[in-house]
Design a protein around this ligand. Structure first.
Ligand SMILES: O=P(O)(O)OC[C@H](O)CO
Length: 418
């Protein structure tokens, strides 16, 4: 039996489900044995894989979050592009079967898919229907706009139904990158980095500054509670314990919400937008991760990787993973299978993510982002957001600082990858 190693970043409910999927594959055939290894957060997993590659101890497959794409694409000698691997191994691979929003994020300039989609998400809004009702709000109507979200939060807090309006995971991803796409605002030049390495960040415009100034104001009023840097590890519990009535996070937080929010009914909505911003709401952008294959292994292992990828992207496996986790149904076939099964009709709100990401045809501002060194730039975004919350900088100063610090990191990346 040939061993195939897969380093991943799925913890909690998602990690357990991933292991179940792998075990089913391992039991279904006898040529290959896939071993999944949890390596921590997305950043930790990516950092570990890069270090392992340098030491010649890299796994066959590594799960890399969407913002690591620019860095992985530039690591040409380290990566075995998925379209090439599937062709070399004689495996079926129909790129056109994946959702356009997913394909566009992971293809090179010739349109070839470099990594295997597995868990693509988009941020959505979760709310506590019981708290809404206790506050005198309609339990079936989530806030559509930020103006409504602010008014609802005041009503919730003043009525005593909950002590906090909202929290959010992934400040950078949800409250800056997706915020920009959703309002059709540019994130960076060169088509948000898709068109070339000579790109500059531009996410410090007046609408982003207005939003960050509001988040600071709402924090000071108690309306908004910060969940911490990176994924925002403290945010989920604020929603589960019914402290905060509204919670914005990955569509894949759904598995955790269903598991932990047993005492109240959860409602689902799209991200809020500001009234009067032209083009809003546009469409949200993907997050989550794809599977990158690393060089340096023998052909038998790559045959195993190709076989495992075919299994992973089958409609049955994808539909099951999507329905359990809240990740998007990344193939058209998985989405259609869910419709045939009556899954969306039986689970109201479970299709909010796909409706939101496909709400309008993506513009040059809303098809995603691709920047080198972006994992490090995300850390800078977190630092500047914390400086804003601490009152050390205004929203405009924090955004200007993260843009100029980020641009230096983009220049470093350009210099080493040209
Ligand atoms: O929680 P996930 O897996 O949906 O990922 C969220 C962000 O895209 C990470 O960059």
């Amino acid at each position: 039996q040939t061993e195939v190693s897969w380093w991943h970043a799925m913890g909690g409910e998602l990690g357990e489900k991933l292991e179940e999927i792998v075990a089913t594959y391992n039991d279904s055939q006898s040529d290959y044995h896939v071993t999944p290894v949890y390596k921590g957060s997305y950043t930790e997993t990516m950092t570990a894989a890069i270090a392992a590659f340098r030491a010649g101890e890299q796994p066959d497959i590594v799960q890399v979050f969407e913002v690591g794409t620019g860095t992985m694409m530039a690591a040409q000698g380290a990566v075995y592009p998925v379209y090439q691997l599937m062709a070399d191994m004689g495996a079926d691979f129909d790129q056109s079967g994946f959702l356009p929003a997913v394909v566009g994020y992971y293809t090179d300039t010739q349109g070839n898919m470099l990594s295997m989609p597995f868990n693509s998400s988009t941020p959505i809004l979760y709310y506590n229907k019981d708290v809404f009702e206790a506050a005198g709000l309609d339990r079936d109507v989530p806030p559509k706009t930020w103006e409504e979200l602010e008014a609802f939060s005041h009503q919730i807090m003043e009525s005593g139904a909950a002590t906090c309006g909202f929290s959010s995971g992934w400040i950078s991803w949800v409250q800056l990158e997706n915020f920009s796409a959703w309002h059709n605002l540019q994130i960076g030049t060169e088509e948000n980095g898709f068109a070339g390495l000579n790109t500059e960040l531009t996410m410090n415009g007046p609408d982003q500054a207005k939003h960050w100034a509001n988040l600071k104001k709402w924090q000071d009023e108690g309306l908004f509670q910060y969940g911490g840097p990176g994924g925002g590890a403290d945010a989920p519990a604020k929603f589960y314990t019914q402290e905060c009535a509204i919670y914005m996070n990955s569509s894949a937080s759904r598995a955790g919400v269903i598991n932990n929010a047993a005492d109240f009914e959860v409602g689902y909505g799209m991200l809020p937008y500001y009234e009067g911003v032209e083009g809003a709401p546009q469409n949200s952008i993907i997050g989550g991760a794809t599977l990158w294959v690393l060089q340096g292994h023998d052909e038998a292992e790559y045959k195993g990787v190709a076989d495992f990828f075919s299994y992973l992207s089958s409609a049955e496996v994808q539909a099951d993973w999507h329905q359990f986790s809240g990740y998007l149904p990344i193939t058209q076939a998985a989405y259609e299978l869910g419709q045939q099964q009556g899954y969306y009709a039986a689970n109201p709100g479970s299709d909010v993510a796909i409706k939101q990401i496909t709400l309008n045809a993506p513009t040059v501002n809303s098809k995603g982002l691709r920047f080198g060194n972006y994992t490090q730039i995300r850390d800078v975004i977190d630092q500047e957001f914390q400086a804003l919350l601490a009152g050390d900088k205004t929203a405009q100063e924090a955004l200007d600082a993260l843009v100029s610090r980020g641009n230096e990191m983009l220049r470093d990346f350009e210099a080493t990858n040209n």
